[in-house]
Design a protein around this ligand. Structure first.
Ligand code: XMP
Length: 519
């Protein structure tokens, strides 16, 4: 386990499902601390003190093959309640002598209706006459293991929810962690409070004191350097460390010139004047622009921006003496998604810029106070540290900034055009109370011109693409449906106020198949 220290905990064993992370979130949202662990690390666990319940996740493995991912059988005799979800249910069944088959007839993907057979603690106030749940399985249990009973079934699978109350083992074939399962949180509530009998004790704000104490113990009298972008994560890291060590924290803000209109400077003054941080602003916009000249390949652009950022940050940080630590806003999902953590073949592996990025070259020790937490939790922590709403509720913004929202070549003229259009879009979202309903919104500039007519004249100008999505964690997303009046207004406002744009389009693709960013 990564962070477990004497807290009561629900342990989630990750078999590689894309949505394991959501299980951890659901549990934490209910006020209970949870951690995800991979099956190999789990096998090495020496003690189970404080583990109040174990959840076995879904995953792409199949117990119908000779080799499959598993857990040691003794965990079923520890008197710790166990809940298996999807693959977890199949694994429980297999290890207790049940039969599982891969079968076209029994596979279920998407929505399914389940029917109640029997009452259970696990399904209290969850099961009604027409529960709609989310399925994603090809294998199905065809023979129930000894000692288990069926709680619910679907038309296609006989054993959708099963239990062995004596051993406190439960299994469900569907995914209660995804929002498509109606009232899915009730399953977790029942498992945590009725079955594991764990107390609701955990919340991020109660962790603040511990985090500050740990930073003080780790840093002592040394100095910490931090790249501050003005995004939620780095801002919360800076405020937290500032609370712990004050002037021994040095923040560096590198202005790449690829930020939203006026946002960077405004943020700088907030940190300097309101929060009294020791912050240095580096204006590097001209060098970024120079290096990006005539580059249109998205990956090349990303690399140039990333490398240059590191280089500038390195040069600036060397100007300070006695710096021993580098602070980073790494979050729990970054850790879960990094290869070293999950060890699983199939879970999404993203070489995230926060994990293993800056420090290798700089020879500094890392300090990552947010690595136990999800984004929403970090927002709450920020609030409790006095972080202004303007920053804590800010939509995610990618490191390469407008560099990857100006498709094709980046020029100063295009940056100005895009900044204006984006500014109008975001301000209208705020004015119309839409900003907080959307996970991320932005304007992009497409790399071609089209013909239009304004007044009596022909125009030949750029197209602005607007994107607004709802999402839980950026891994998947849906486009946001705006009322027609809002779209009319925004299109008009951009065309009338931004010289250089004569067409506005709205991106109506979800992720997948698209990504949130265009490049
Ligand atoms: P995609 O485009 O992959 O984006 O669907 C998912 C989320 O990640 C953000 N993103 C980045 N964030 N550095 C970042 O800090 C990056 O290089 C980067 N690229 C994408 C994107 O804005 C969205 O929130």
């Amino acid at each position: 386990m990564q962070f477990h220290n004497n807290k009561e905990i629900i342990l989630i064993i990750d078999f590689g499902s894309q949505v394991t992370k959501l299980i951890a979130r659901r549990v934490r949202d209910l006020g209970v601390y949870s951690e995800i662990i991979n099956p190999l690390a789990f096998q090495k666990l020496k003690h189970f003190n404080n583990i109040k319940g174990i959840i076995l996740s879904g995953g792409p493995s199949t117990v119908t093959k000779n080799k499959y991912q598993s857990v040691p059988k003794y965990i079923f005799n520890l008197n710790i309640p166990i809940l298996g979800i999807c693959y977890g249910l199949q694994l429980i069944s297999k290890l207790h002598g049940g039969k599982i088959k891969t079968s076209k007839r029994r596979r279920e993907f998407g929505r399914a209706q389940i029917f109640k057979k029997k009452n259970s603690k696990l399904t209290q106030s969850f099961l009604n006459s027409k529960n709609s749940v989310w399925m994603s399985h090809e294998d199905a249990v065809v023979k129930l293991p000894k000692g288990f009973k069926t709680i619910a079934y679907t038309k296609k699978s006989k054993f959708t929810i099963i239990e062995n109350t004596q051993k406190k083992i439960y299994g469900i074939q569907f995914h209660p962690e995804v929002t498509h399962t109606e009232n899915g949180e009730k399953i977790f509530k029942n498992f945590l409070f009725l079955i594991c009998k764990i107390k609701k004790k955990w919340n991020i704000v109660s962790q603040k004191k511990r985090l500050i104490k740990e930073i003080r113990q780790k840093v002592k009298k040394d100095r910490v350097i931090c790249a501050l972008s003005g995004g939620v994560d780095s801002s919360v890291v800076a405020l937290l460390i500032n609370k712990a060590i004050r002037k021994n924290l040095i923040c560096i803000m590198v202005d790449t010139g690829l930020m939203r209109k006026d946002e960077f400077k405004r943020t700088y003054y907030i940190f300097k004047n309101r929060y009294k941080l020791n912050v240095k602003l580096i204006n590097a916009s001209s060098i970024f622009l120079r290096k990006l000249k005539n580059i249109s390949n998205p990956e090349n652009k990303r690399k140039i921006i990333g490398n240059l950022f590191v280089k500038i940050f390195e040069i600036e940080s060397k100007k300070f003496k006695n710096v021993k630590f580098l602070a980073q806003g790494t979050l729990y999902p970054d850790i879960i998604e990094s290869k070293s953590f999950s060890g699983s073949k199939t879970s999404k592996i993203k070489s995230h810029h926060n994990v293993g990025g800056l420090p290798k070259k700089m020879n500094l020790k890392l300090i990552e106070p947010l690595k136990e937490f999800f984004k929403d939790e970090v927002r709450m922590l920020g609030k409790s540290l006095g972080l202004s709403k303007v920053i804590s509720q800010r939509h995610p913004f990618p490191g390469p900034g407008l560099g990857i929202r100006i498709i094709g070549h980046v020029t100063s003229e295009k940056i100005k055009i895009l900044q204006e259009a984006d500014h109008i879009f975001i301000n209208e979202l705020i004015k119309n109370n839409l900003y907080n309903k959307i996970w991320q919104a932005y304007a992009a500039l497409l790399p071609f011109r089209t013909v239009g007519v304004m007044g009596d004249s022909r125009t030949y100008e750029y197209t602005c693409l607007l994107r607004a999505v709802t999402s839980e964690d950026g891994m998947s997303a849906d486009y946001f449906s705006f009322p027609k009046e809002f779209m009319d207004k925004i299109s008009n406002k951009i065309i009338n106020n931004v010289k250089g744009i004569n067409r506005v389009v709205y991106d109506i693709t979800s992720k997948p198949p698209s990504t949130i960013e265009l490049e």
